[in-house]
Write a protein that binds this ligand. Structure first.
Ligand code: PBG
Length: 328
């Protein structure tokens, strides 16, 4: 040959050796299962755009979370679908609202389960925006600063019910500080905040908006969520959230934002979460139902790539299925 061949394949051939030198491991301990909860009893309403996912009532939610926990998933992230929505998101701050009741039921049945709650107005507003609205010279816009107190009250309602982590996903400026202050004022300084720090205005959220019944009735979310084209700005978002008191920072979506995940992990060395969102889940489900990709393999590959890019925690609708496979 005339030149030396450097042999990288030496460590690839023996399956045991390959396993030993693997740099990235997916483990069930890092997974968070998102679950949707609505009013009622015995409910189990399938979400058409997210095959395998349902809207649960509090009683069936407890069963479903129990199954996920039995599979090895340590944490759930709750989204509420209230029966009453109004312009001020009143049902979102009620101490006996759908999320506080779900949290109490879960903590009572499974004290060891880590219960996280999504803190955002869009599930509770009749207009579907993530904040309260105001008129600015004839134009309807989201009122950043008036939204902050609602977010604080919602986080307090969730934490008083026993939520282990609150997770603001609204993308208002200053909300981590506002939530931290509100929690601390109610003797809830021990409750961590997982902020959706770099959350993009993504079309990958399409199926979720059916699941949570929360699409904006007019306009879109580009006035508060991040522009898909920006990477440096994600670092500024994360820096502010960390400064304001975020304990875990999230990048969302995950699969198309691995560069952001990598940069955030490298720059901050904080616990970083990644959210494999509804559209990412739905695409894998759709392609595999056609027989075009192998569902389990693509699922594992996509999640392994998210870990490799720097995620410590992964929020995924596949959580219980992956846990089953890797712990199984
Ligand atoms: C609420 C919220 C959304 C998601 C999580 N929290 C929707 C949105 O911002 O439009 C998306 C989750 C998913 O797509 O799986 N603000």
């Amino acid at each position: 040959m005339g030149f030396p061949i450097h042999r990288l394949r030496r460590l690839r051939e023996h399956p045991g050796l390959r396993e030993m030198v693997a740099e990235t491991r997916l483990s069930a301990q890092d997974l968070v299962m998102p679950l949707f909860v609505r009013e009622g009893h015995g409910e189990r309403r399938p979400i058409a755009s997210m095959p395998g996912q349902c809207q649960w009532s509090v009683d069936t939610l407890v069963e479903r979370a129990g199954e996920a926990a039995a599979a090895g998933v340590p944490a759930v992230l709750l989204f509420g679908i209230p029966s009453h929505k109004d312009a001020a998101a009143t049902s979102g701050t009620a101490p006996d609202g759908i999320i506080p009741r779900a949290v109490r039921a879960l903590k009572e049945a499974m004290p060891n389960l880590v219960v996280m709650t999504d803190v955002c107005l869009c599930e509770y507003t009749d207009h579907g925006h993530c904040g309260v609205l105001t008129d600015r010279g004839g134009e309807t816009v989201v009122d950043n600063d008036r939204t902050l107190s609602v977010l604080g009250a919602m986080a307090v309602a969730h934490a008083q019910a026993g939520a282990d982590v609150v997770a603001p996903s609204d993308m208002m400026d200053g909300r981590v500080a506002a939530i931290r202050r509100a929690l601390d004022a109610e003797a809830l300084s021990h409750v961590p905040i997982m902020s959706y720090a770099a959350k993009y205005a993504s079309s990958f959220y399409g199926p979720f908006r059916d699941a949570a019944e929360s699409p904006p009735k007019f306009g879109d979310r580009r006035g508060y969520q991040m522009d898909v084209r920006n990477g440096d700005e994600a670092l500024r978002e994360v820096a502010l959230d960390v400064e304001e008191g975020a304990d875990i920072v999230m990048v969302k979506p995950a699969g198309s934002y691995l560069d952001i995940l990598w940069r955030v992990k490298q720059a901050f060395r904080m616990p970083v979460a990644a959210y494999q969102v509804s559209g990412e889940y739905a695409m894998i489900k759709a392609a595999s139902s056609q027989g075009w990709v192998n569902e389990d393999q693509v699922m594992i590959e996509s999640l392994t790539a998210i870990r490799r890019a720097g995620a410590d925690l992964i929020v995924t609708y596949f959580a219980d299925r992956v846990a089953d496979i890797i712990e199984g």
